[in-house]
Design a protein around this ligand. Structure first.
Ligand code: 6MZ
Length: 348
């Protein structure tokens, strides 16, 4: 991250709903990881896309592969998860939904179960250390890995939903959108929804996913990640838009990620206003704050400056995100009370 957001955006209480753990690792934490594994010969230019730089989405997925080499043990995951949570807290995020794909690593003996347990441990430790952010976790399915792995991941997520007293709240579908097809994952996603997990699905992040988006929207999911190519102006269709609107499915929108990953040509051509202006629930998120060198305050500021939105409008946007979260009603009420309390000091 090269610049800092203005004080208003840093002080604005925020809700982050779309953050991939391994994409969210800061420069400082990457330094610590590199020091632990000098033999990998990994440099910062391989783990982050600086300002002014762009990569194809395919190249972004290569970056995740490099980061995964650096994060391959329980010890690494604990450090990474705690650092990421604390950084979001320092950036004014009061409620955070982190997501990550359970991985096993033969070299270190890491299992998928340990992977999730370690993230849950990080959440507990942050709470004990007084970090002032409520954190929940979504177990991620990487679409590349197909039907069987998706089903195993759903079972793991179900077990953790039951054993963590509500810390695991949902399931994410992500991964390289050009690989695999959602139809192979439908049974796993439907099973997850049936068992009470909330679904946050990446959808239409690249063109030519209309048929898949239609199938996924029939489930329907509780939230959509990106949705860049859903609407007719972007090659999608009115019937997809109708389905999203009829079910009032919030969109998680990540401006810098889409611009740096080149699925959107520029900030001003982002699909945020298409949905926002019709009153549809939109949530500004970071996606991968480490890889894309950003934070949530900067993303709010960028949306406001690009689309000419007032501080009052940005306040409303951050407050409305509470209702789009997978937090239980009691926690949503607590968060709303916090917003009310903070309002006079922030919206001076
Ligand atoms: C789709 C993405 C993504 O799970 O190892 N991921 N999936 N589109 C994106 N847009 C840029 N950004 C990240 O975090 C890294 C993983 O998150 C998903 C990919 O599966 C990536 O490997 P975790 O914590």
């Amino acid at each position: 991250m090269e610049t800092e957001a203005d004080a208003f955006y840093r002080e604005l209480p925020k809700v982050e709903l779309h953050a991939h753990l391994n994409g969210s690792i800061s420069f400082a934490t990457i330094e610590k990881l590199i020091a632990r594994k000098p033999h990998l010969n990994i440099g910062h230019s391989m783990t982050a896309i600086q300002s002014g730089q762009r990569r194809t989405l395919e190249e972004c997925f290569q970056v995740f592969k490099v980061i995964h080499q650096l994060v391959d043990s329980e010890e690494d995951i604990l450090m990474v998860a705690k650092d990421v949570i604390k950084e979001f807290a320092d950036d004014g995020v009061k409620y955070l939904e982190l997501r990550s794909t359970p991985r096993e690593e033969k070299n270190t003996g890491l299992t998928k179960k340990n992977y999730v347990e370690t993230i849950i441990e990080a959440i507990h430790q942050c709470k004990k250390e007084g970090v002032d952010t409520e954190v929940r976790f979504l177990v991620a399915v990487d679409r590349r890995n197909g039907t069987e792995v998706a089903m195993e991941t759903v079972k793991l997520a179900e077990e953790f939903m039951l054993s963590t007293s509500g810390l695991v709240v949902g399931l994410d579908l992500s991964g390289d959108p050009t690989v695999g097809h959602g139809k192979d994952l439908l049974p796993a996603l439907e099973k997850a929804k049936h068992s009470g997990l909330k679904l946050a699905l990446h959808m239409s992040e690249v063109p030519s996913q209309m048929e898949e988006s239609d199938l996924l929207l029939n489930i329907p999911p509780h939230r959509i990640g990106h949705g860049t190519f859903l609407h007719p102006e972007m090659g999608g269709s009115q019937s997809l838009v109708d389905k999203v609107q009829k079910n009032n499915i919030p969109l998680e929108l990540c401006l810098t990620s889409n611009v740096k990953g080149q699925t959107v040509p520029s900030y001003s051509q982002h699909h945020f206003p298409y949905w926002y202006q019709s009153g549809h629930p939109c949530v500004i998120c970071t996606d991968d704050k480490g890889v894309f060198c950003t934070n949530l305050s900067l993303e709010y500021q960028r949306a406001a400056s690009t689309f000419g939105l007032s501080h009052e409008a940005m306040w409303k946007l951050s407050q409305q995100a509470i209702d789009c979260s997978f937090a239980p009603d009691a926690l949503k009420d607590q968060l709303k009370q916090r917003w009310t309390k903070l309002r006079p000091a922030v919206l001076r």
